[in-house]
Design a protein around this ligand. Structure first.
Ligand code: ADP
Ligand code: ZN
Length: 634
């Protein structure tokens, strides 16, 4: 047992680390010593500085803007025998001076400081003289000027770090957007090659995610009402609540009328309503005398209801993060819940306008082009989510950078379900043979490009365009020129876009982004990995409507499946689901069990080749499934 394990038990009374906590603490103490931890609120981030502070020599400093939280933590630490205190402007001057004196004498292992305190160069100098072994910055997203919690005093922290020269720096936040993360890194001087970024705990496997694109407003309205009925049952006896999000205030009112007409107890909610009205809606939704709230994004903070069965967006929200936050309000009780995103081509123009109105102006009403650009880029990321050809959950987790929790296909989002259908009809796993071949051809084209040209030129090359520009770039000479000549240009470009969102291709940063294959892309090209994405529909580029409901599966077991092993695997899955208190399909899908029963993997590596077995599932469930296989007599 190492020092940190001993400290965990003896000082903190906990029996084991979350695996990522150990990783963060080891990086901080003996690894790269510059660490960013991103995990949801309540995930256990504070242990990542409290435990090192308890085992390190000397004083550690934690910067936190939340005074109530500092007080609580100081009390808890003191009870556990860790000498801790805090400095904030709420203290009496005399008390403040007494604490400062003790701190400068080195009486404390852990000192919490409110960021405003560090505006005093005197205090910073005194703290620097202590040579603190660790500086932790909690709520690090407060440094982001794009974020909601921006605190001007956080901007100075870069300079504070330069003065204190701490050998170890930890930044913690629950905000997972890549932009905010980059800003934290830049402003705190945590350069990416030299710091460890640990991002964990954002997966919500009990959420069933679906996107429907349709340019018919009647269709969209029907889908919304259908989804409400599916999730809540009948209006007489609803099982739980629902939130419907719309992009404009006016729309919340018209949609709410339609929902009421369908028999639900529903009300609109937006920032333009009187405060008393808004409180009333909040209260009635909380005490279950309202089933559905139709709201703008103003609704959400502090919703205290765990039995929300569905969150429906009737228009696209502003970003992937906003979407995930809003849809994440469904299924807080861990029971199955649905997220439905309805969108039409009109949403692009609408969002462009909304950005022009609000986000793009500073407090004086002046347009800030950089901000407009930023917001627009975030919205385009959401559009990539809409047209993603790979698992919705994996897309979002990959977007946040939570590669560790990707599932390799959740098995129950709309894309996974369509992949499943394609697999049933076409025979092989994941995409059909024909589709997989198209993807592999496109991958070969990107590989041959070898950094020469951007995405559009590469797609022209695959399509077989012959013009001056392509000739100059040498693209017409490539063996992959015209490899997809039977497909329209726009379709090939849509295919390449999907390959980006599926993680097969990446774009270089910079003014002229160049596509290149990721490791997954290379493995997929070589047929070492199955193709886990859908190719675009034939009319890609134009608006489309999704055709049909998922048809009920009446699948026969494949020939090579061992039926008795399959049954035993199902029993194992049921045990796991009960132990974790989640629905069985969250553990894994039937498809995964069928493949295990057919291929009988005997190692973690072999398990990784099974449909739906991503790193997170392997970590959580790999061993029991392997044990079931190995204990099963052939
Ligand atoms: P965050 O700072 O990420 O919002 P906290 O650090 O306040 O979250 O932790 C939330 C709760 O989780 C605390 O009650 C803490 O004791 C508990 N916790 C943290 N790490 C562990 C662990 N390894 N095992 C069990 N409980 C833990
Ligand atoms: Zn999925």
């Amino acid at each position: 047992m190492t020092d940190i394990d001993v400290a965990l038990r003896e000082r903190f009374g906990l029996s084991s680390f979350h695996p990522w906590q150990r990783e963060a603490i080891e990086e901080l103490l003996g690894g790269r010593r510059r660490v960013i931890v991103i995990a949801p609120t309540g995930g256990g981030k504070s242990l990542c500085y409290q435990l090192p502070a308890a085992v390190l020599e000397g004083t550690s400093i934690v910067i936190s803007p939340l005074i109530a939280l500092m007080e609580d933590q100081v009390r808890a630490l003191t009870e556990r025998g860790v000498a801790a205190t805090f400095l904030a402007s709420t203290l009496e001057p005399e008390e403040l001076r007494r604490r400062e004196r003790e701190i400068f004498e080195g009486c404390y292992q852990l000192v919490y400081v409110a960021p405003e305190r560090l505006e005093s160069p005197w205090l910073v100098d005194k703290l620097a003289a202590l040579r603190p072994g660790l500086l932790a910055i909690d709520e690090a997203h407060c440094i982001s000027q794009w974020g909601h919690d921006f605190r001007p005093s956080y901007l100075r922290l870069g300079q504070v770090i330069e003065r204190l020269k701490p050998p170890r720096v930890l930044a913690c936040t629950a905000t997972a957007t890549p932009i905010v993360r980059r800003e934290i890194q830049e402003r705190l001087g945590l350069r990416s090659e030299q710091s460890a970024v640990i991002l964990r705990g954002f997966s919500r496997p009990n959420l069933h995610l679906t996107v429907v694109e349709s340019d018919s407003s009647t269709q969209r309205r029907k889908r919304m009402l259908h989804a409400l009925a599916e999730a809540l049952g009948s209006p007489d006896q609803p099982r739980g609540g629902a939130i419907v999000y719309a992009a404009t205030r006016r729309n919340t009112e018209t949609v709410a009328e339609a929902v009421v007409r369908a028999g639900w107890r529903a009300a609109p909610y937006h920032a333009g309503l009187a405060a008393s009205l808004r409180e009333d809606v909040n209260r009635r939704f909380a005490n279950r005398s309202l089933d559905v709230v139709v709201a703008t994004n103003a609704f959400g903070m502090g919703i205290d209801r765990a039995d929300i069965r569905t969150v429906i967006h009737v228009q696209a929200p502003g970003s992937v993060e906003a979407y995930y936050q809003e849809v994440g309000r469904a299924g807080r009780d861990g029971q199955p819940a649905h997220g439905l995103l309805l969108t039409s081509s009109g949403d692009l123009a609408l969002r462009r306008r909304l950005i022009g109105f609000s986000g793009g102006r500073d407090s004086d009403g002046v347009q800030d082009p950089a901000h407009v650009q930023q917001q627009w880029a975030l919205f385009l990321d959401l559009m990539r989510y809409v047209e993603a050809g790979s698992c919705r959950h994996d897309f979002i987790l990959r977007y946040f950078g939570d590669e560790q929790e990707t599932l390799g296909g959740c098995g129950h989002c709309d894309v996974c379900e369509r992949l499943e259908e394609a697999g049933e009809e076409g025979g092989p796993r994941s995409a059909s043979d024909e589709e997989a071949l198209l993807v592999r051809k496109a991958l070969a084209g990107v590989a041959r490009n070898q950094g020469r040209a951007g995405l559009t030129a590469v797609s022209d090359m695959l399509h077989g365009t012959d013009n001056e520009r392509l000739r100059r770039l040498g693209l017409t000479e490539l063996s992959t020129h015209g490899l997809l000549e039977d497909r329209p240009k726009a379709w090939v470009l849509a295919l390449l876009r999907r390959m980006i969102t599926a993680g097969l291709i990446d774009l270089s940063a910079g003014e002229f982004p160049i596509p290149h294959l990721t490791r997954l892309g290379i493995a997929t090209m070589k047929d070492e990995e199955p193709v886990r994405m859908l190719v675009p529909p034939p009319d890609a580029g134009q608006a489309r409507t999704r055709k049909k409901e998922r048809r009920p599966s009446n699948r026969e077991l494949p020939d090579d499946v061992d039926p008795s092993l399959f049954e035993r695997l199902r029993a194992t899955r049921l045990d796991l689901a009960r132990a974790k208190g989640v629905p069985a399909y969250v553990v894994c899908h039937d498809r995964t069990l069928l493949e295990i029963a057919a291929y009988k993997p005997t190692s973690m590596e072999a398990l990784a080749g099974i449909h739906g077995m991503g790193p997170a599932r392997i970590e959580r469930y790999g061993e029991p499934f392997l044990a079931t296989v190995s204990s099963h007599a052939p």
